[in-house]
Design a protein around this ligand. Sequence first.
Ligand code: ZN
Ligand code: ZN
Length: 136
Amino acid sequence: MTLDNNKKKQASRDQIVAEARRDQAAKQKTYREKALKMFPWVCGRCGREFTGRRVRELTVHHKDHNHDNNPPDGSNWELLCIYCHDNEHARDQVAEWYQQDDAKESPRSQSDNKPFAALADLLEKTSDSSAEDKGD
Ligand SMILES: [Zn+2]
Ligand SMILES: [Zn+2]
């Protein structure tokens, strides 16, 4: 019984994922076609020209890296050859890697830091020192 339900859930989830992928593929196709009509078939990085069937090697890069941001004027698109496009994203991956490393560090330092204990210490010290100050 539960197994059946799980199977059904899994099936509908698979369907949703498949539909989302199909949507994305369709979207990609349309913005690629638009971009190819709008821009000369030249890689924006290395300047290589592409003609005929070789245009397959030209990809549409999103300047803000948001693939859902497809303004009709093409201002978020850049045509890059697959090599330059790979380079562009390899650089991002390195940046992301560094960011993840930072994220790993911060929770640990936060848990070591006991703000209330430190505050209590600080209050004690402050009243002590102010008492001493008055004595002077
Ligand atoms: Zn290139
Ligand atoms: Zn890209």
